[in-house]
Design a protein around this ligand. Sequence first.
Ligand SMILES: Cc1cc2nc3c(=O)[nH]c(=O)nc-3n(C[C@H](O)[C@H](O)[C@H](O)COP(=O)(O)OP(=O)(O)OC[C@H]3O[C@@H](n4cnc5c(N)ncnc54)[C@H](O)[C@@H]3O)c2cc1C
Length: 380
Amino acid sequence: MQRRIFDADHEAFRDTVRTFLAKEVLPHYEQWEKDGITSRDAWRAAGRQGLLGLAVPEEYGGGGNTDFRYAAVLAEEFTRAGAPGLALGLHNDIIGPYLVNLGTEEQKRRWLPGFCSGETITAIAMTEPGAGSDLQGIRTTAEDRGDHWLLNGSKTFISNGILADLVIVVARTSPEGGAHGLSLLVVERGAEGFERGRNLDKIGQKAQDTAELFFHDVRVPKENLLGELGGGFVHLMNHLAQERLAIAMAGIAAAEHLLEITTAYVKEREAFGRPLSKLQHIRFEIAEMATECAVTRTFVDRCITDHSDGQLDHVHASMAKWWATELQKRVADRCLQLHGGYGYMTEYRVARAFTDGRIQTIYGGTTEIMKEIIGRSLLG
Ligand SMILES: Cc1cc2nc3c(=O)[nH]c(=O)nc-3n(C[C@H](O)[C@H](O)[C@H](O)COP(=O)(O)OP(=O)(O)OC[C@H]3O[C@@H](n4cnc5c(N)ncnc54)[C@H](O)[C@@H]3O)c2cc1C
């Protein structure tokens, strides 16, 4: 089915992203996977290429383009290339909006130029050892000490945790419990008492640094409060729809790519004297996955255009997230099976896609939490 959401400008941007991947990412990717981290050079190259801060206003060094279809192109191409480790989407689509939408003029001037050039790599730290799905359980505290906040606590599973120069930390700024009293504080590299733990050893996305962060009496300047004091939970809820759509975009792109690879594989691989693709079971597997991908693609594309028009609500974003990522998971499993033993070998793309993709139904809100959100909207 012909996709209808892109025009010639989006396709020209796709070429730019492909060239960037071929030149700046793929030659280094295996090394990054071994190192457990990408290089800062690649981030700066992305900045020079105009791939960072697409939606950041031009006056702060960004692209000034809020058309989310460009973000979709970026996500699709990185997914197709099998290079999720260079987390430009996280930086652009998940963290950028907090700085652009909530930052004061002074904060934007201070942080956004580096954000767009690749000098300043970002992270967002919500999850704690005792609070993942249930963000109301956050225990990191920030005490008002007059001219600064005194930050104490720890976070875990933070993407870009090692590389990040600027971390948006969700902390409790008043002793009220639950969703009340949470605020967003920006902690910058070098702040005394801010320490990084291990670069965590994951089953996939190995080039992506994911880390624990520790805060021991960190003095965060008052001017680093992002958004409203006590408004942290509302700010998170307002920004999570875009995060979930971004994850869904990568989910369907991964499923489509796996299907493409596997279709080619079963046509070539022979068993019992003929290509696998001649066996009815294999044909049905491919037919079912192609149908599920086509249906999902239509829905996700509609969410992308709705979001570009400011029309996507958090319920539909949650639907897109759980559906597309669960599809990705099913397709990855079935495609690996169709590759037989080769599918288990890391040199095969399908093997890496299987492990890289597994996190998709978990981060950004688990499938179960997405269903809770949808259920609550329908049933109260
Ligand atoms: C690679 C990676 C990168 C990440 N990046 C970041 C990041 O950059 N920043 C950040 O803040 N966090 C990040 N996370 C954390 C991620 O968002 C959390 O792991 C996720 O939200 C789930 O939280 P949890 O791990 O504590 O699981 P839990 O909340 O303990 O959930 C365990 C299980 O219980 C289920 N469950 C929980 N509550 C309910 C409920 N009410 N109803 C039904 N089922 C429920 C969950 O769905 C899940 O299946 C990352 C995690 C990973 C693994």
